[in-house]
Design a protein around this ligand. Structure first.
Ligand SMILES: Nc1nc2c(ncn2[C@@H]2O[C@H](COP(=O)(O)OP(=O)(O)OP(=O)(O)O)[C@@H](O)[C@H]2O)c(=O)[nH]1
Ligand SMILES: [Mg+2]
Length: 436
């Protein structure tokens, strides 16, 4: 009498990733046996998914099943039932299918301004994963300005671009601009904080709260009614800084109210003399003594800054948006770079009001920047959220850094524009035709 039917080589448990093929194999001690495969009790047959085969091993018959391109639903218990005459044996094994490690929440490109905190987050599909961060292909390590943390399946890199105020002031003072002065024109809706931005700059440079440009809390009509150029000097330093900021009357809903789009376009082109008094509804004419018929390069504007309140962007009148777009289009035709200074971040977000350093992690401010990008059409990396000095009685380095970061970028853009002009139109004229 021969021995009983038995399993010589059992099926063994397997663990693999989605997309792989897997073969379970079993050998019995007798030849001439037949087999049936089951998964979780369900009979399997040869098809596109399963390849079932029989062979002859060293001890007896071998039975195998190959499962192709395994997916998560192939996870389970596989059994082979072998029959020889009236004998039966069974072998079972577990197949564990795992998803390949993959990034489910990638991070995108970030353009950061000096002094800004950058947070990159990357989520994966698996618990227990670890990560290393590379910068220019070199592994990063923890430092004062780079921290790497993990929260569940998410890896977070925080880079504090802590450009100090001192560094930014140095950068500003070392800028070698193509011409002197570079002219920056502020424009935007009434009460957006244009004059306050001028005052904020002056406050930073003087190191004390100042109020050269008059501001008003009323929002009915533009408080600023004249075209005024402001130059700045650093306390304790000789000379003036090599740029001028022009403050202008605010834009209103009707063309007959506030600054006229034609007025702002004339200012862009350098036709408007300093101290020109705006006449709502009646733009500057060529006959006006304040009309500069042959503007020099220094009379012209080299960067257009739209000043918009983060708090009011959602309520901004469509006509005002249209006016701003028309002005921007003209500036684009002239090749003039454009940025947005997004003021009143403190009014738009309570978190930021209590801690200005939260400005780049505030979801609310991010939404405001996105809204500004969509409504006004300026690229996100040209929108600078700031808080103006408005009711403070002393300086705050956080306020200063945001404003200086915006100003430095404005000057870089203006200088790039002038550099291109320099090469396409020849050397810039000497002199300061319109400097105050
Ligand atoms: N909370 C807060 N208030 C601000 C900020 N910037 C300006 N303000 C206030 O907003 C009001 C209007 O500011 P202005 O600087 O006069 O605005 P403007 O754009 O020059 O306005 P017009 O000259 O009327 O076109 C003033 O009461 C400022 O004190 C800011 O960043 N935060
Ligand atoms: Mg004003």
């Amino acid at each position: 009498m021969g021995s009983d039917l038995s399993v010589e080589t059992s099926l063994s448990d397997k663990e693999l990733f989605v997309g792989q093929d897997i073969t379970f194999k079993c050998e019995v001690n007798k030849c001439g046996a037949s087999a049936q495969w089951k998964k979780d009790g369900r009979t399997l047959s040869e098809d596109k998914k399963y390849s079932i085969s029989w062979g002859r091993g060293t001890k007896g018959d071998t039975f195998s099943i190959t499962i192709k391109n395994v997916q998560l639903n192939d996870d389970g218990y596989y059994s082979v039932y072998v029959r020889h005459k009236d004998e039966k044996v069974k072998s079972t094994a577990r197949l564990t299918v795992k998803e390949r490690l993959k990034i489910v929440k990638p991070f995108g490109d970030v353009t950061a301004h000096g002094g800004q905190r950058i947070v990159l987050k990357c989520g994966v599909n698996r618990d227990g994963a670890t990560a290393k961060w590379l910068r220019n292909n070199k592994q990063m390590s923890e430092s004062i300005n780079a921290t790497m943390t993990q929260s569940g399946n998410e890896f977070i890199l925080t880079i504090e671009q802590a450009k100090s105020k001192v560094k930014m002031m140095k950068e500003l003072c070392s800028l070698k601009l193509v011409i002197d002065p570079v002219r920056i024109l502020l424009h935007g809706p009434i009460g957006a904080g244009k004059s306050s931005f001028v005052n904020s700059l002056d406050t930073i440079f003087k190191g004390r709260i100042t109020g050269r440009a008059l501001v008003d809390a009323g929002t009915e009509k533009s408080f600023t009614k004249t075209y005024k150029a402001y130059r700045f000097r650093l306390t304790g330093e000789p000379g003036v800084l090599p740029f001028v900021v022009n403050d202008i009357m605010g834009l209103e809903q009707k063309q007959s109210d506030g600054a006229h789009t034609d007025d702002i376009i004339k200012a862009l082109q350098g036709h408007m003399r300093d101290n020109y008094k705006f006449v709502p509804g009646s733009p500057l004419s060529e006959e006006d003594p304040d009309y500069i018929s042959e503007p020099s390069l220094t009379d012209k504007v080299h960067c257009l800054v739209s000043v918009i309140s983060a708090d009011a962007i959602s309520r901004m009148d469509n006509n005002v948006i249209k006016k701003m777009r028309a002005i921007r289009e003209k500036a684009s035709d002239m090749g003039i770079p454009q940025v947005v200074v997004l003021t009143m971040v403190d009014k738009a977000c309570q978190l930021v009001a209590s801690d200005l350093s939260k400005i780049y992690s505030s979801v609310r401010i991010k939404e405001k920047i996105e809204e500004c990008h969509t409504r006004v059409g300026v690229p996100m990396n040209c929108i600078f959220p700031v808080k103006n000095y408005h009711d403070e009685n002393c300086l705050d380095p956080e306020v200063d850094c945001l404003i200086l970061a915006a100003l430095i970028q404005i000057l870089h853009l203006a200088d790039d524009y002038l550099f291109d002009l320099y090469y396409s139109e020849g050397p810039p004229p000497k002199g300061r035709a319109n400097s105050p």
